[in-house]
Design a protein around this ligand. Structure first.
Ligand code: DGJ
Length: 558
């Protein structure tokens, strides 16, 4: 076909328009890159422009290879997880210095998209469970270029020093290479929604580095931004050296500052090329015992609850310090969640044991308004990290504690994340004491009780002493979103929920259920009622069994 000049001009104009439309589209895709939004001290993760609830699953430590991925995805499917957390190891992307290989990353991205899953990538760099095991061999065995920490006598620790300038430069370079690659292959797709920088940092057995560079920094004044964010547990000098300000806590706080400053360099350089939310995870210190200076009882320098302020000051490009929950004591879990959830530190549980007792924690964590949660060791490689995690790592036992609650939350994930941002959500997990728990809901109060049959009262004479199957150990959990003054969306497992006025009503007046609809939210977020609970189903409170459902409850007064 012969084109006239006018045709050609029209074509060129169309091409220009198309190009600028594509550029605008790319810009808007970039504009909707995964990011955090904070309102009134609460934060949500936005993915593709909408609040996103991470129903995560973390693969085992050595599942980060293409040959293993086929054993990872079925576990996520069975669990109804929407996000895979998986390592990208420094040793695998840069086995030879300066030569990068992103073959695994590309396979992972392609398969994640095929399976409709998002990714949180775990950068196993200088520190993985505090050690350098995932650093390339050219790093971990060259103490001259990449120094280890030393103790007071100059004896080397297993842990690489946060004062190693070449270590930092090399880790940062590799991380930037990874982020640049992601920017190219995923910048507008948003398969990767968040990055973890390093893994469970800190040092066991040594409170800090005593090498000459570290010692010189320790003797200098505490930086002003640290003074502003990190109060001293025991009030001393308002400024001065670490020892003068933080006394017996100085070594640990200084080490936290050194590691956080290192991580900041890595994270900020990475975010310059691809600005994704970034976080660090933490091997916890005891959250219940009274705070005391480090005495070899946890990894010094990690983002434990007592030094979150140090991390905020030293690592502004790290959005979150998240707790790894591996102590099943309910008092520990509750105290840990309370300490990590702060207006400047959104709650995000990047790791949790996948042992059966942790199923109930999903309700507590998501009810608290967390960005999400991710049990660890979720794949069918038949690796069991018992006694930390589940004994039975086979399909489907491994994922059973989470599959049902994940399916329920998954059906209303974006709504739930929005309600959490608006401060409407609440949650409880059954305590080790099996006692009732109450949830304040403005003019209403919910009482949650456990080990209840669906019918009748424990107080009845002759009530069975036998407990419902599945409730022999603490297993109950409830999450409630208050969607209107008298209206609630409730889900739970192995629990009974009663709702009553928070204040006693005048004589002759009372309250009762107006509607208790069981149903689901359709993909556009509209409620679809399936049936209305009444009679036996409401006379003894709202009873959730092992199979959670969603109830939309409206209370009325007379
Ligand atoms: C916590 C670590 O972050 C994980 O990588 C893993 O080592 C678990 N502990 C133990 O299975």
């Amino acid at each position: 076909m012969v084109k006239t000049i006018r045709d050609r001009l029209r074509c060129r104009r169309t091409a220009v328009l198309l190009a600028s439309a594509m550029a605008a589209q790319a810009a808007s895709a970039a504009g909707t890159a995964p990011h955090l939004e904070t309102r009134d001290g609460r934060t949500a993760l936005f993915v593709d422009g909408a609040p996103f609830l991470i129903l995560g699953a973390q693969a085992n430590n050595s599942s980060n290879y293409p040959a293993v991925l086929p054993r990872v995805w079925p576990a996520l499917e069975d669990m109804h997880a929407n996000t895979l957390e998986i390592p990208v190891a420094w040793e695998q992307i840069e086995p030879i210095e300066g030569r990068f290989d992103f073959g695994y990353v590309d396979t992972l991205l392609a398969q994640a998209r095929e399976h409709g899953k998002r990714l949180v990538l775990l950068w196993f760099g200088t520190w993985k469970n505090t050690g350098p095991s995932y650093a390339p061999e050219w790093v971990k065995f060259d103490n001259r270029r990449f120094p280890r920490m030393v103790d007071r006598d100059g004896k080397a620790s297993y842990c690489l020093s946060p004062f190693g300038e070449q270590t930092l430069a090399a880790d940062r370079k590799a991380f930037v290479a990874l982020m640049s690659h992601l920017a190219q292959v995923d910048g507008s797709r948003h398969t990767v929604i968040m990055m973890q920088v390093e893994n469970e940092v800190g040092t066991y057995g040594l409170v800090r580095d005593f090498g000459p560079k570290a010692q010189a920094a320790f003797d200098r004044p505490v930086p002003a931004e640290v003074l502003a964010r990190q109060p001293a547990p025991v009030k001393r000098a308002a400024s001065g050296t670490w020892r003068e300000v933080y006394g017996d806590y100085a070594d640990e706080y200084f080490h936290a500052w050194a590691i956080a400053s290192y991580i900041e360099q890595v994270a900020s350089a990475g975010r310059k090329v691809l600005d994704l939310p970034m976080y660090v995870n933490n091997a916890l210190r005891d959250a219940v015992e009274p705070l005391a200076p480090w005495h070899s009882n946890f990894a010094s320098g990690g983002p434990t609850y007592d030094v979150i302020g140090v991390y905020k000051a030293a690592a502004p490009h790290i959005d979150i310090a998240g707790p790894d929950l591996y102590n099943p004591a309910s008092a520990q879990i509750e105290a840990t969640l309370a300490r990590f959830q702060r207006p400047d530190n959104p709650l995000w549980v990047p790791e949790m044991s996948q042992a059966p007792g942790y199923g109930r924690i999903v309700y507590e964590v998501l009810g608290r308004g967390a960005l999400g949660i991710a049990p660890f060791g979720i794949d069918y490689t038949n690796y069991s990290n018992f006694p930390l995690g589940a004994k039975d790592a086979a399909r489907p036992a491994l994922v059973e504690p989470f599959a049902a609650s994940y399916a329920v939350f998954g059906s209303m994930g974006s709504l739930w994340a929005r309600w959490a941002l608006e401060g409407r959500t609440h949650g409880v997990g059954e305590g080790d004491d099996r006692q009732d728990q109450t949830i304040a809901l403005g003019p209403w109060s919910a009482t949650v009780s456990f080990q209840e049959w669906q019918f009748g009262e424990k107080s009845w004479p002759g009530h069975p002493t036998e407990v419902p199957p599945g409730t022999e150990k603490p297993s109950g959990g409830v999450a409630i979103a208050q969607v209107g003054p008298d209206e609630f969306v409730i889900t739970g497992q192995h629990a009974r929920v009663r709702i009553a006025p928070a204040q006693a009503m005048p004589p002759g007046h009372g309250a009762m259920f107006a509607r208790v609809e069981e149903g689901r939210f359709d993909p556009s977020g509209h409620w679809v009622m399936e049936r209305n609970w009444n009679g036996d189903q409401t006379d003894w409170g709202l009873n959730f069994t092992a199979a959670p459902v969603i109830l939309k409850v409206r209370m009325g007064r007379y």
